[in-house]
Design a protein around this ligand. Sequence first.
Ligand code: GLY
Length: 385
Amino acid sequence: MAARKATQNIKARATRGAGRLRGRGRVRATVHVALGERSYDVELGDDWLETIGRRAADKLGAERVAIVTVPSVARRYAPLLTKGLAARGAKVDRIVVPDGDATKNLKQLGLLYDRFLEHGMDRSSGVVTLGGGVAGDLGGFAAASFLRGIPFVQVPTTVLAMVDASIGGKTGVNLAQGKNLVGAFHQPKGVFLDMATLRSLPRRERAAGAAELIKHAAIWDASLFDWLEPRIEAFLDLDPKVVLPALERSCAIKGEVVERDEREGGLRKLLNFGHTLGHAIEKHARYRGILHGEAVAIGMVFAAQRSEELGFAPAGTRARLQAVLERAGLPTRVPNRPRSAYLSAIAVDKKKQGGKIHFVVLEGIGKSSTVALTPREILPAGWRA
Ligand code: GLY
């Protein structure tokens, strides 16, 4: 009960903090993702949703546009975005899908196609996704598959979606058998970040998104890690002097990895740092009560510990990573379950990866690689949560 009340208070504070947006700001930073004819920009700004609507319309060049979004975001942010799209003459249909990962399914996908057809959409139409990973993945996959593919742009409104899910073209839905088992690589025409939208995001979700940001620094960029370490609280407090450069650099890292390995042949697997055990933790929790970024935080500490034990990372690597995650208020202890339970959950990843698991290890802060290991090598005999 106390915990619920606390969450409500956080939500109330976050909502008050959101204030009234005007939406007419301008771009403050741009990250280019160079993928030949599929290249696009990630544009960052503050309080510029109406401008985003106009820019999205220009990118899509479409007469009919569907905004795919979730309820909380739709109420607050869709009107300004719609205003901008309409200012460029687009006929807009706003499609609100229920929030939560359970929505990312084939049934919802079918309902989206129905709405696209009712709205008279054809191959010259476009999609705008507005929200977190669910809106982006589901709406993106609808765009990837409707009439064999129509253009879309991403307007992520969570830290997690801003630095990770919206960049790189991964779209898809879950099946009953597992997450993201059906999908397509479909690069957006543009990604637009409005930092003002983060003000309505509960702090717990900001922290969960920050886990992926810390991940980018840990696997790729020691100087970003050094810079972020003393500033993580300021990031969570949404200090603009910290948020803009942190998001910009994190998006640049994601973009760089995607540029070098768009289809996850090798290098892009580094982004799965912390995800082997993280996925197993989420699965055992039945995806309830723990956010993805929280499970990844625990998985990263575990992977850093194994990196030291396997001789890849110098002593102290795990402690440094753990300290910054804990200062962000993220969990770092593996939930208490038998080793056998984790082994069987990890074995699913093994099937997906065709034999051994590409386990991501740190070679120190800012440097990573993958090693092919069996589940028993990842969780050696005697390992205890
Ligand atoms: N979220 C991991 C990737 O985009 O590859």
